[in-house]
Design a protein. Structure first.
Length: 277
């Protein structure tokens, strides 16, 4: 199965589906009341401090409705902006701008929200470790959400189930952990191997085996610190499990190399944008 890439074709297809969702079955019946062909110029403004993301999606939404609409960017994806910053100038037919407005802003709001939350985590870690997203993404939006994480300065974890071995607690429910790790090592074929542990006994059972990363899941700071001390000589270390903006500093203080945070993609608040006519 080919990996999806964030290119023009992908962006066009995704935005097209979003427009169909908004306009099916009868179009924008309210904007259709506007009969004049007035050309206007409007400002796209951020109502809050944010890391901007999704400008290509917003531009595509307007251009798929009307290729004559001009979308002039004033900021770039990944830019940190203040409240009331002008992000872009949009010029074109008022009716067509109104038709595309909500889809364009939805993409901007969601992508910028993820980028902004990721950046908040990154600042709290003071870049002492990597901030990673997970596969806890909204179905069919993984490419977009992982792009947003990178805009915020974060790191993408595995994209799909075939990217690397990740042996978790559910995998060992009916199988011996050490034997499962040995099987992964035997069959790895240049794939990374990450092994999840939720206590120090599990860690000690597998220490010395040749894999890449130990993932400490839902462990207390005290146990996490002890685990990192044991594992650091042999493996990359990672922590996960309900890590939030309040707890991330204490987790990072244990010396882990990376933290994986599901909320980056499944719970990031949207950023508020508006068009100023």
């Amino acid at each position: 199965m080919p990996r999806f890439e964030l290119n023009n074709k992908f962006i066009k297809n995704v935005v097209k589906l979003a427009l169909i969702e908004d306009l099916y079955p009868s179009g924008d019946i309210t904007s259709d009341l506007i009969k004049n062909k007035k050309i206007i110029k409007v400002k796209l403004v951020s109502n809050q401090k944010a890391v901007i993301g999704g400008l290509l999606f917003a531009k595509k939404a307007f251009n798929l409705i009307d290729s004559r609409i001009k979308f002039i960017t004033k900021k770039k994806d990944g830019s940190l902006v203040k409240k009331n910053s002008i992000i872009a100038i949009i010029q074109g037919n008022i009716k067509n701008i109104l038709i595309a407005e909500r889809v364009a802003l939805n993409f901007l709001s969601h992508i910028s929200g993820i980028a902004t939350l990721t950046n908040q985590f990154l600042k709290l870690t003071k870049k002492k470790c990597k901030v990673c997203c997970t596969r806890k993404t909204i179905p069919n939006l993984r490419v977009i959400q992982k792009y947003a994480v990178k805009l915020g300065g974060g790191t993408n974890h595995r994209f799909n189930l075939s990217d690397e071995y990740l042996i978790k607690d559910n995998h060992i429910a009916s199988t011996n952990l050490k034997e499962l790790v040995k099987l992964a090592i035997k069959n790895k074929k240049n794939k990374k191997i990450t092994v999840e542990v939720d206590n120090l006994k599990q860690l000690k059972d597998i220490i010395g085996l040749k894999f890449n990363t130990v993932l400490f899941d839902n462990m207390s700071v005290k146990n996490l610190k002890a685990g990192v001390k044991i594992a650091k000589k042999f493996y990359e270390t990672e922590a996960s499990g309900n890590i939030n903006l309040k707890s991330v500093k204490s987790v990072v203080s244990t010396g882990v190399d990376r933290v994986s945070i599901g909320s980056l993609t499944h719970s990031a608040p949207s950023i508020d944008f508006k068009l100023e006519f």
